[in-house]
Design a protein around this ligand. Structure first.
Ligand code: ADP
Length: 634
């Protein structure tokens, strides 16, 4: 062993400490995955080297055949992984193996509960990588040197996986990384060729790089010779280049875990080879679970890009629209140049046509999932529905396709659950119904009892209930589906079309005529507060309701804009009253003008409250109401 200089002890970042502790306990039941994680890192390191060597071939000095070697020593209870990839220098080792760079990590750790089963899922979403070595090792030594640096620029990193780690500068003749795990007592099973071979076949067969183990010696148990013979144990070819029919589901799944840094199987995948004017392969996955940082602006997104089997970049964002940012996968192009950059990708017309083809593939894959495995699709919707809802605004061309993938809560659905699709809605339209009715609001509890729904309940017409923050904005982009218009039931003068019979309409006209006087009195009483007063056809039980003007912002958008400090254009509601309601009849008969004004304001404020709005002058409302109550009890 070479001389160590500049030795120092450094503390792990707090998050690393917490994560290490939790991980060791919650992933223990699946401990063999540590090997997959370390192999995955070694494979990434080789990909990076191969890519950097395109511009600087001298980086490959000392050997261009990249591989991973795994050896073990039963006596010493050690397991060693060695790669000749890009390697790390001292500063790299301190940064990469002492901290976690992902934003939102501290928040993520707060969510962990201490319940091992739950935490292991969460940690799986987070991705643990290198630190998983400490599940089976009580000490880990890393010897590494970055390609292109002198032998003296090597680093020895060492830790027991507790609070701190040591780094020292060393001489290292070969570039790349050697990791030595000192196995905990009880974990000797991993210092065994047969066991290792099985784990590699199971989790890492898809790794494109050869993974070598010392050749098994047959016959009597013999000592390993000083320099063993090596044999490749994995298939060592890029998975996506193989024909679909020859790839087993398990292989697709393990490959996903490698590129997706996920512990869980994906929900679905789509593997395609395109030939003709453009040539490329793609392998796209729908994850089963949202990563912890899905809503972080700088969270990783995009595909892994290869050009003729050479890894070129991670998180290539130009191949899919933002609303599909949760998709993981690989695209391997034969047309792009190996020195393609992010800037070039953004402008290249080839990318545009690949993007629209890949987008379609993803939408088709989701459509299939929804159709064939509705339960799984519900899971998908819970995780990623909010993101998919950005689609209609971003991707005009695929609006109809995206709309078909949306799921809503509904007056005919399971209580509050977003599980009604538009096709299902249309399949059970009421006799004479040619519109898709919806209501947006703050929460399910609020909208499900909204007075706006009364007439629909009476007539047995389904209304979609939209309560996500993004919904009103979404609906400003969705105007129709399958030739049927969307109608906001809280907006404008509700026209039920053929759903109202001729008799209904006639009766409505008559009532409107009869109540003209009341309308005028109310207009005077409510004054500036309302845009209009009219007789309502949408109420059966409530006395009054506020409708939004056809062109006005709804409550949700107004609240979002106000919260973000923007000026919201003034708009006044339309006051509609239910002519058959006893309170309205009483109001109509009220001779005392002061009383009439008080009552009208109370009805107006109540209607605002029922719509989920706040009152401009709550104290005045309370005063009026109390005045009335006193009169009642007098
Ligand atoms: P992740 O792989 O998700 O980034 P890890 O904790 O597994 O997280 O690894 C942290 C970083 O350490 C990697 O991103 C990489 O920069 C570096 N690293 C780990 N293993 C190797 C290796 N074998 N060769 C070179 N760098 C490595």
């Amino acid at each position: 062993m070479s001389v160590e200089t500049q030795k120092e002890t450094l503390g792990f970042q707090t998050e690393v400490k917490q994560l290490l502790h939790l991980m060791i306990h919650s992933l223990y039941s699946n401990k063999e995955i540590f090997l997959r994680e370390l192999i995955s890192n070694a494979s990434d390191a080789s990909d990076k080297l191969r890519f950097e060597a395109l511009a600087k071939p001298e980086l490959l000095e000392g050997g261009a055949d990249l591989k991973i070697r795994i050896s073990f020593d039963k006596e010493a209870k050690t397991l060693t992984l060695e790669d000749n990839g890009i390697g790390m220098g001292r500063e790299d080792a301190i940064a990469h193996l002492g901290t976690i760079a992902k934003s939102g990590t501290a928040d993520f750790i707060k969510q962990l509960s201490g319940d091992q089963k739950k935490d292991s899922h969460l940690i799986g979403q987070f991705g643990v990588g290198f630190y998983s070595a400490f599940i089976v090792a009580d000490k880990v030594d890393v010897y590494s040197r970055r390609a292109g640096t002198p032998a003296s620029a090597g680093v020895h990193w060492s830790s027991k996986g507790e609070g701190d780690f040591e780094v020292a500068s060393i001489e290292k003749a070969e570039r790349g990384t050697r990791i030595v795990l000192h196995l905990k007592s009880g974990e000797e099973e991993f210092a065994d060729g047969w066991r290792l071979r099985n784990i590699i076949k199971k989790y890492s067969d898809h790794i494109a790089l050869p993974i070598e183990l010392p050749k098994e010696l047959h016959g009597e148990e013999k000592d390993q010779p000083a320099e063993p013979e090596w044999e490749t144990v994995n298939r060592a070819s890029a998975l996506w280049t193989r024909p679909r029919t020859e790839i087993k589901d398990e292989e697709y799944q393990e490959f996903y875990k490698h590129i997706g840094h996920d512990f869980e199987n994906p929900l679905s995948w789509s593997h395609n080879k395109v030939e003709g004017k453009l040539e490329y392969s793609s392998l796209l996955y729908v994850p089963a679970r949202a990563p912890f940082d899905l809503y972080q602006r700088e969270a990783p997104k995009g595909l892994k890009l290869y050009v003729q089997r050479v890894f070129v970049m991670d998180q290539a964002e130009s191949f899919l629209p933002l609303y599909l940012r949760f998709i993981k996968g690989v695209v391997d192009s034969n047309d792009l140049s190996l020195n393609v950059s992010r800037e070039i990708l953004q402008k290249d017309p080839i990318i545009d046509s690949m993007k629209s083809a890949l987008t379609k593939r993803v939408l088709d894959m989701l459509e299939k999932l929804a159709k064939n495995e509705p339960e799984q699709y519900q899971g998908f919707w819970k995780n990623f529905g909010q993101v998919l809802k950005e689609g209609p605004a971003e991707d005009f061309a695929n609006k109809e396709k995206i709309a078909a993938l949306l799921r809503f809560a509904s007056t005919k659905g399971t209580d509050g659950e977003q599980n009604v699709g538009l096709a299902e809605y249309i399949a059970r339209l009421a006799e004479g119904q040619d519109k898709i009715y919806f209501l947006t609001g703050e929460s399910y509890a609020q909208v499900k009892n909204s007075p706006h729904l009364e007439v629909f309940r009476k007539k047995g017409i389904e209304v979609l209930l939209l309560t996500d923050r993004i919904d009103e904005w979404l609906m400003s982009y969705l105007t129709e589906f399958d030739g049927k218009q969307f109608v906001d039931v809280a907006r404008g003068d509700l026209d039920l079309g053929k759903l109202d019979t001729e008799e209904d309409k006639k009766a409505q006209e008559e009532v409107a005529k009869a109540k003209e006087g009341l309308v005028e009195r109310l207009k005077t009483a409510l004054g500036e507060q309302v845009a209009e007063v009219r007789v309502s056809h949408r109420l059966t039980d409530s006395p009054a309701i506020l409708a939004i003007g056809e062109q006005d912002l709804g409550l949700q958008m107004r609240q979002i804009l106000e919260a973000s400090g923007q000026k919201v254009p003034d708009s006044k509601p339309i006051f509609e009253f239910n002519p058959g309601h006893p309170l309205i009849e009483k109001l109509d008969a009220e001779a005392d003008e002061d009383r009439f004004v008080d009552l009208s304001h109370i009805l107006f404020d109540q209607a605002a409250l029922a719509a989920g709005d706040t009152l401009k002058d709550p104290a005045a409302y309370v005063q009026r109401l109390n005045k009335l109550l006193v009169e009642l009890s007098a």
